[in-house]
Structures are given as C-alpha cells and as structure tokens.
Write a protein that binds this ligand. Structure first.
Ligand SMILES: [Zn+2]
Length: 193
C-alpha cells in the first residue's frame, strides 16, 4: 500500500550574495560584500537611501542605491526606522533583490552562498520504498539553486541517482520542463514515488 505524504523543506541562505563590479581603487573586477548597513541622506523633504557594500580586497565602499530623491512622506515610517537602525533582515532582503541590482547595473554573485535545508529527511534508499511524497520546497530568498543539487544534498544520494530516478518517473514536477535543471524559486512542488 502506498500513501501520500506532504514533506516541507525550507532553504535558508546562511550568507549573503556579493556584488560583482569594477572597483575604482583595485582597478578590476572585484567582489563587494554586503555590510548590512544603510546610508540615509535627508535633504529637506527628499530622501536618498543606499545599502553599503565593501570591496573584499581593499575595503573601498560602494553604495547601492535603493531610493533616490524620494519624498519623505512616501516612505512608511516603520520601514524608515528599519533603514536607520541597519535592520539585518532588510539588508538581506535588498541583498537578494535582483531588480535593485539591475537598476544599479551590477551583477549579484551567488557563487559562495552557504545554505541549509531545513525539513524532514526522506530515506529514498530504504528497502521497498513505496511512499508517495509531495515535496513542498520554499525559499524566501531564491539564489539560483538547481533542483537536482538540493535533492542530492538533502536526500543524501548522488546527482546521477537523482537523474536516474527522474528518468524512471519516480521524481517529477508539475510541468514538462526539465525539472532537475530548474532553479528553486520561492515555492516549488516535487513528487517522489
Ligand atoms: Zn577594491
């Protein structure tokens, strides 16, 4: 007898993405580290807000523009306070925000992000595995992780094995796209068994 079971996994980044751009001081492509600090400039009733980055080599700073010349009244006072207090969650939110990076014409570097996957373990290698599992993966701050990498890491089996299971329709997704190469977004469902 098989039965259906919902298993939830959550992917949590433990480090923040860096920014890849030219450093005026080093003179070449450098990686800039998110300092978790904001700079807020108030001029009459206009505000400029930046997230401060620092070159990993020479420590020069680069400010990523978040708001430019916005009216003081147009910003939620609660959020404004978070900027002033260098709120870590807010720095994380902007650190993962692709639209803001695009607007600043810089690239996000996801290469060195460390992360953990929280959730129940599934023993896919157990003998006579006959469960039907709906795997519900959430990732509040997506960073281009591939499905096969996540499955391999959390299930504790090789990517080759994952590929084989996918080929045999024991691992599949909602649509016909190549599931294993898909990037984990905020929410993805994978079916096992
Ligand atoms: Zn530098």
């Amino acid at each position: 007898m098989s039965y259906q079971q919902i298993v939830k996994w959550e992917i949590i980044p433990l480090t923040l993405p860096m920014v890849k751009k030219n450093c005026c001081k080093c003179g070449n492509n450098s990686l800039f580290i998110n300092s978790n600090k904001f700079r807020v400039n108030a001029n009459k009733n206009k505000l400029d807000i930046w997230l401060i980055y620092q070159c990993e080599k020479c420590k020069s700073t680069w400010n990523m523009s978040i708001y430019e010349r916005i009216n003081y009244k147009d910003i939620d006072p609660t959020i404004y306070k978070l900027f002033l207090n260098n709120d870590i969650e807010l720095a994380k939110q902007y650190g993962f925000d692709i639209a803001i990076h695009n607007k600043n014409k810089v690239n996000i570097d996801y290469e060195n992000i460390e992360y953990e996957i929280i959730g129940e373990k599934i023993d896919i290698l157990e003998e006579n595995f006959n469960k039907k599992i709906i795997l519900d993966i959430t990732c509040k701050y997506p960073f281009g992780l591939r499905v096969d990498k996540v499955l391999s890491k959390k299930l504790g089996v090789s990517r080759e094995k994952i590929k084989k299971l996918h080929k045999n329709s024991l691992i599949y997704g909602d649509c016909k796209k190549d599931l294993l190469r898909e990037k984990i977004n905020n929410n993805i469902k994978i079916y096992i068994g």
